[in-house]
Design a protein around this ligand. Structure first.
Ligand SMILES: C=C1C[C@]23C[C@@]1(O)CC[C@H]2[C@@]12CCC[C@@](C)(C(=O)O1)[C@H]2[C@@H]3C(=O)O
Ligand SMILES: O=C(O)CCC(=O)C(=O)O
Ligand SMILES: [Fe+2]
Length: 332
């Protein structure tokens, strides 16, 4: 990324009242090796829509290999990276997020998890060994998807649902519309010194899918919003995964689980590199509250297909509440 002139800076958002970061120590910690974690997991999804996972089973080798491929890619000259951009919606993006005017201090690669299309489009930038990137991606995504399914099955158990694969089967489906994203947030010490504010790397939003699994290097920046609207900084941990409840899971649990609003502030000293797997259902899948989670209550959402939701998401701004369109108006 290149440094910007003052007028060019105006397109970015900043956070005022810059204070030294204080990290929140109350993020729920889920140990996947303990079957009893299912209760903690349900509590975490109800209170925060967010938690940290240890003993996740993803080999460190897979993580390091993909991270190093990502670092290599982002170190290429801009002209090379732009050969696989702009994202439509997949591909390399720089500062622009989505198609509707959102910008952040970030560059990224947005991919669908269909390996065929990745290899074809990316072979030019991955130079003499595109296979290496493809393998690293494949190993990582398969391991993370497995973890996502385990977590979703523990959630179903914790919710006492009869069908423990009610959520995970959507990710396991061949047609699952899952997405993978590599984000790079370069440090920007000059800009932050000039303005004495933190820049927004990735503006506030909720993830539309069912579940997102995020792994970052040891650079801070991720913040989540609590139910009172305050923002808290998540202590980075390169050995763990962070999990977000997505909008679709909020709907399927009839609002019992909350999709977490989150954002990323840039770190003025260190680059942040994150890799996120967004587990989504097939496009034709009907998303609606599960009957057993409505019992005795009102259904809070109308039924819609993932295709309908996604179409509406892609015409929204990042910070929009995308679920309002699908809420049922309570009968009075
Ligand atoms: C501004 C946008 C970017 C986004 C598509 C959208 O129109 C609204 C949702 C955004 C988001 C957030 C989570 C990850 C992501 C890939 C997704 O599925 O929805 C992004 C989309 C994107 O970056 O294209
Ligand atoms: O890069 C991060 O740490 C989070 C980014 C994010 O929330 C997203 O890509 O949806
Ligand atoms: Fe996100």
């Amino acid at each position: 990324m290149v440094l910007l002139s003052k007028p060019a800076l105006e397109q970015f958002s900043f956070i005022r009242n810059r204070k030294p970061t204080t990290f929140f120590s109350g993020i729920p910690l889920i140990d996947l090796s303990k079957p009893d974690s299912k209760h903690l997991l349900v509590e975490a999804c109800e209170e925060f829509g967010f938690f940290k996972v240890i003993n996740h089973g993803v080999p460190m080798e897979f993580i390091s290999k993909l991270e190093s491929e990502a670092v290599n890619f982002f170190s290429l000259p801009l002209s090379e990276k732009e050969k696989v951009g702009p994202p439509s919606p997949f591909g390399y993006g720089n500062k622009s997020i989505g198609q509707n005017g959102d910008v952040g201090w970030v560059e990224y690669l947005l991919l669908n998890t269909n390996q065929e299309s990745i290899s074809q489009r990316f072979s030019s930038v991955f130079g003499d060994n595109p296979e290496k990137f493809r393998c690293a991606l494949n190993d990582y995504v398969s391991a993370v998807k497995k973890m996502a399914c385990e977590i979703l099955e523990m959630m179903a158990d914790g919710l006492k649902l009869q069908q423990r694969n009610v959520f995970s089967k959507l990710l396991m489906d061949e047609q699952s519309d899952s997405v993978f994203r590599l984000n790079h947030y370069p440090p920007c010490p000059e800009i932050e010194a000039l303005t004495d504010q933190n820049m927004i790397g990735f503006g506030e939003h909720t993830d539309p899918q069912i579940i997102s699994l995020l792994r970052s290097n040891n650079t801070s920046g991720l913040q989540i919003s609590l139910s009172d609207g305050s923002w808290i900084s998540v202590p980075p941990d390169q050995n763990s995964f962070f999990v977000n409840v997505g909008d679709s899971l909020q709907v399927m649990t009839n609002g019992r689980f909350k999709s977490v609003r989150h954002r990323v502030l840039t770190n003025s000293m260190k680059a942040r590199v994150s890799m996120i797997y967004f587990g989504g259902p097939p496009l034709c899948e009907k998303i609606a509250p599960l009957p057993s989670l409505i019992k005795g209550k009102e259904s809070l959402y109308k039924e819609f297909t993932w295709f309908e939701y996604k179409r509406s998401a892609y015409s929204s701004r990042l910070a929009d509440n995308r679920l309002v369109l699908f809420e049922r108006i309570a009968a009075s």
